[in-house]
Design a protein around this ligand. Structure first.
Ligand code: GDG
Length: 499
């Protein structure tokens, strides 16, 4: 919070993201308009940013959803949070059904998401998706401007992710004095892939209104600079990793996001984790002597779940002695349902698991235990802790925080991280993991066998190395380095203005 306070001094800090840090809901049945409940921050990023926002008393602009969210806001659409000790403003942006369909489910998740994960065949660039995306970005920008109107000069605005690529330009036009930063949580594709998007120029124009654009890895930064160079008349300076465009300079930097590693380790050792595991292992007949692998994700085609199931099937086929003893737990929460690619994936994953279980399963052993439930954090930590292998094998992933959580949760007999070459996290964790290629089924199956063969001493060394990395580069370090860089860029900008 100190680094953030340094940058913000007497300036207003505004964070803008699609998802809100707190959501309000009616208790009990949906049509019971009685007491209102608050859902707490869930994700690691929200949990890390929340105390910072409390310390600097900023404003968080996000999509508000539902009647209870509406009931608690004031005339400026703002509610003070956290509820028990209000410290900062949550300003809600309301979306029409058309906006939810076009901006969120449409352009964000059926154009930008597949584009940035190099799956252009899944792109659905409908005209109305783009229209709603533009309008919603304008709504976000207006809400941001509204919340900075009466603040002192030079507000600091920090945009999160691919939902808000256009908002920075509109804020910039109205507030040339503002300091604008953006963090992009998913990969940035190479320039030939990026061109597959019909609106590639407008997207770059929006993002280049920022003073600082952050990505998880150096590769994504380089791809971004390549795109800017190929598609605009901007001047790209590789030495300083910056872009001069329309009289404005944008710095491009990598900030690999981390997790709250200490919290994850504590969760893994919590009573709640123990209790959940006792019940889960009992229900599914898992013995302490069994070998266990785990996969934790949203059901998304980027996560490589089908490819992983193929490799596991190959492993059981090649290693019959492991049947009855080596079990895989897949936690796959439904996500973005109603979008065809996601509905089809859900069906295929369920069918594949059923087929594999029919092929190898016996009266007292199920090869793949499958749950689509959203589990409490302690349950996820228990799964990580108990698993001998953490299978994190996306076909493409901006970072992948599950890989880091698995590492941090190895508080007992250390397990092995089996990691895809194609995850952003591989830059940091590749050395201590067993690396596999998600599409190389036989190689992947061999990787599983290799991971299972590692000695205790070898597993300890690997986990110790990985834990050092995950604890040193945690989410708090990420915040600090982001704001340190932002402050340095801002100092440069001011001295330029004065000269
Ligand atoms: C995007 C990028 C990037 C999952 N199921 C449950 C649950 N989870 C939690 C995990 C983890 C998080 O969700 C998933 O984070 P990832 O990073 O793995 O993936 P995305 O959701 O795709 O996130 C990604 C990230 O943004 C951050 O920049 O790393 O590359 O795609 O924390 O533990 N948590 C609980 N119950 C569940 O059932 N409590």
């Amino acid at each position: 919070a100190e680094t953030v306070a340094d940058l913000c001094e007497d300036r207003e800090l505004v964070v803008a993201s699609n998802r809100q840090p707190y959501s309000h809901n009616y208790e009990g049945e949906t049509d019971d308009r009685g007491a209102i409940d608050v859902d707490r921050p869930a994700g690691g990023l929200t949990a890390a940013l929340d105390p910072v926002m409390q310390a600097v008393e900023g404003t968080w602009v996000a999509w508000g959803d539902g009647d209870a969210d509406r009931e608690v806001v004031g005339p400026d659409d703002t509610v003070a949070v956290p509820p028990e000790d209000p410290a900062y403003d949550l300003k809600r942006v309301w979306l029409t059904d058309e906006q939810v369909e076009g901006y969120y489910r449409g352009y964000s998740n059926q154009v930008l998401w597949p584009l940035c994960h190099l799956d252009t065949a899944k792109m659905t660039p409908r005209e109305e998706f783009w229209r709603e995306y533009r309008e919603t970005n304008a709504d976000f920008a207006d809400a941001i401007l509204d919340s900075t109107d009466d603040a002192g000069s030079d507000p600091v605005v920090w945009f999160q992710d691919y939902h808000l690529a256009l908002a920075p330009r509109r804020v910039r036009n109205a507030r040339p004095d503002a300091f604008l930063a953006h963090f992009w949580h998913i990969p940035w594709p190479s320039r030939d892939v990026f061109r597959a998007c019909p609106q590639y120029e407008q997207l770059l124009d929006g993002l280049l209104a920022n003073d600082l654009v952050g990505f998880h890895t150096e590769d994504y930064c380089r791809n971004f600079l390549d795109c800017v160079e190929a598609a605009t008349d901007a001047r790209v300076d590789r030495a300083s990793s910056s872009v001069s465009y329309r009289g404005h300079r944008t710095f491009v930097r990598s900030f690999p996001l981390g997790i709250d590693a200490s919290r994850q380790a504590d969760l893994a050792e919590s009573d709640e984790a123990d209790e959940w595991w006792a019940e889960f292992s009992e229900t599914h007949g898992i013995d302490p002597s069994d070998t266990l692998a785990v996969g934790v994700e949203r059901l998304d085609y980027t996560k490589g779940i089908e490819q992983r199931l193929a490799a596991l099937e190959r492993f059981w086929a090649d290693n019959p002695e492991r049947r009855g003893e080596f079990t895989y737990v897949q936690k796959g929460t439904e996500s973005r349902s109603g979008i065809e690619a996601y509905d089809r994936l859900q069906d295929r994953v369920a069918a594949e698991i059923e087929r594999i279980n029919d092929r190898f399963g016996t009266d007292d052993w199920t090869p793949v235990i499958y749950t689509t439930d959203h589990l409490p954090g302690a349950a996820i930590a228990a799964l990580y802790r108990e698993a001998d292998l953490g299978l994190v094998t996306p076909v493409r992933d901006g970072m992948n925080l599950v890989a880091k959580e698995y590492v941090a949760a190895q508080t007992r007999d250390p397990g092995v991280l089996v990691l895809s070459e194609l995850a952003g996290a591989t830059d940091q964790l590749g050395d201590g993991a067993v690396l596999v290629h998600p599409y190389d089924t036989p190689g992947f199956a061999d990787g599983i066998a290799e991971a299972l063969s590692l000695s205790l001493a070898e597993r300890r060394t690997r986990v110790a190395d990985l834990q050092r990395e995950v604890h040193a580069k945690d989410v708090y370090e990420w915040l600090e380095s982001t704001f340190e860089t932002a402050a340095a860029v801002e100092r440069g900008r001011r001295s330029l203005r004065q000269s």
